[in-house]
Design a protein around this ligand. Structure first.
Ligand code: BES
Ligand code: MN
Ligand code: MN
Length: 464
């Protein structure tokens, strides 16, 4: 066992308890009611970095929640790894669907986590995964096993679109100078099938509002002739996908990069059990664009989904009314080379064009992010692959993920840095949902694997 491993073993309970303390802080970036907690969480992350052995720890203000920075520089000749993560979390609601309170972490066993999993908002996304890097730093410092310079950049606005992070990168280019960005904010296929994410989708997110009559109307007196904005919004949304599940927004696919047959064959190597997928979310059948497999539809193909829809009367009992307005929130996941601004503009043009003359529409773009693909033929990928191979006893499978981390594209555009997405969560960990959890196995596997990455990266760059 390596020196780091024995240190990690000896400090297991404390490593769990310290994560629990962090999880007790409700750092919900979306809801201003939690502003004080988000700030308090930044301070806690800074304290943890300091006690783990990081130097020059700072809480750097942005136009929004601050970025926590810290570094451990061992030599100007050693390669530098920039670790990115986020300390903010998604709102915990609906609270009544949690089996135990969202900000009171507990360990419970599950079928996929027989060793137990930590249940709390942020356990997997991303406090638990971000904290692995802080504990790995501590283990490396205490075991005298540092091979790379390490810089930490932990932000507080990932879950609300990282609006202030691009200016932050521009402003702190020199401080952030590195050879590679390392991120644990994604997942693996299964605890016995390690994988490395090599692609993320982009995002275009809009809110739409359809207005019909100038006030709510009696559905008997006016119904039949008065345009019903809820019916019309539903028809408009339904028309945006055809029977093959193709998105009908004009120009939507113009910039989509089609994968070669060889690339699609390589993708199909990643294990996927459709029956297990269906039963894990209790659905009768998978959907998806004609001609593409379910894993392809979830990663290399773009989507258009309604995330919320409202209007009219939704209280108890019945109210016979034709509402004046109906609204929806719509997300489009994007793939290379779709550009979020272009897609938002195409959506606006299309949505206006399909609105019947009986209603008016208002479209509010929310946030966006570029898709990203990370290389598999790089030293950093090899370092991650070899690290996971040692810790899991099996070579990780490269695979394209469906989620979004918009700042990854900006790391390349602004800092000229590639990213390695070495995450340890499972899709079934219920991130963003009630009962989010993170396997104790996964937490410690991450803490074990990270020092191996640094060691391999230094060796493979010829500087270890
Ligand atoms: N960590 C997730 C993204 C993720 C999870 C990627 C699992 C791959 C696998 C991140 O915190 C997230 O939730 N991102 C948002 C985007 C953001 C702009 C709100 C998302 O994907 O919805
Ligand atoms: Mn995340
Ligand atoms: Mn998230």
């Amino acid at each position: 066992m390596s020196r780091c491993s024995s240190y990690i073993q000896e400090n297991r309970d404390r490593f769990l308890n310290e994560l629990f303390d962090l999880l007790r802080i409700p750092s919900v970036s979306a809801d201003p009611a939690f502003a004080g907690d988000v700030t308090r969480c930044a301070e806690s992350v800074a304290d943890h970095l300091r006690s783990a052995g990081a130097e020059s720890v700072e809480i750097i203000s942005t136009g929004g929640y601050p970025v926590v920075y810290g570094e451990k520089i061992i030599s100007p000749d050693a390669p530098t790894v920039l670790v990115y993560g986020h300390y903010d979390v998604q709102p915990a609601d609906p609270l009544e669907l949690w089996d135990s309170p969202a900000f009171e972490p507990v360990i419970k066993k599950t079928t996929l986590h027989p060793e137990g999993a930590i249940f709390a908002r942020g356990a997997c996304d991303d406090k638990g995964q971000m904290f692995m890097h802080i504990k790995a730093l501590e283990a490396m410092v205490q075991s005298d096993a540092l091979h790379c310079n390490i810089k930490f950049m932990i932000e507080g606005e990932e879950e609300v679109g990282s609006a202030h992070l691009e200016p932050f990168l521009e402003k702190h280019r020199e401080k952030l100078a590195a050879d590679i960005v390392l991120v644990s904010d994604t997942g693996i296929i299964a605890n016995d099938i390690p994988s490395i994410t090599v692609g993320l989708r982009g995002l275009s997110y809009v809110e739409v509002e359809v207005t019909g009559p100038n006030r709510d109307l009696h559905s008997g007196l006016y119904g039949g002739a008065a345009p019903n904005p809820i019916n019309i919004l539903c028809e408009m949304i339904a028309s945006m996908k055809n029977e093959d599940q193709r998105i009908m927004v004009d120009g939507f696919y113009d910039d989509v990069v089609e994968l070669s047959a060889a690339e699609r064959e390589a993708m199909a190597e990643a294990p996927f059990d459709e029956e297990e997928y269906k039963s894990s979310i209790a659905i009768g059948a998978v959907e998806g664009e004609k001609g593409y497999s379910a894993p392809e539809c979830m990663s290399i193909r773009p989507t258009l989904d309604v995330n919320g829809i409202w209007g009219g009367y939704t209280g108890d009992g019945a109210k016979t009314v034709i509402a004046s307005k109906a609204s929806a929130k719509i997300s489009m996941r994007l793939v290379p080379n779709q550009d979020p601004e272009t897609i938002t503009a195409l959506f606006e043009k299309h949505f206006n064009a399909i609105a019947p003359p009986s209603v008016s529409v208002k479209i509010t773009p929310m946030h966006g992010g570029q898709p990203a693909v990370t290389p598999t033929d790089s030293i950093a990928y090899q370092a991650a692959s070899a690290a996971m191979e040692s810790s899991f006893g099996r070579t990780p499978v490269p695979f394209r993920g469906g989620g979004s981390i918009p700042i990854v594209a900006s790391f390349e555009q602004i800092l000229g840095l590639k990213t390695v997405l070495m995450g340890f969560g499972l899709d079934s960990d219920a991130i963003h949902s009630p009962n989010e959890h993170y396997g104790v196995f996964n937490y410690f596997k991450g803490i074990e694997t990270i020092p191996l990455f640094h060691e391999n990266f230094a060796r493979l760059t010829g500087q270890g």
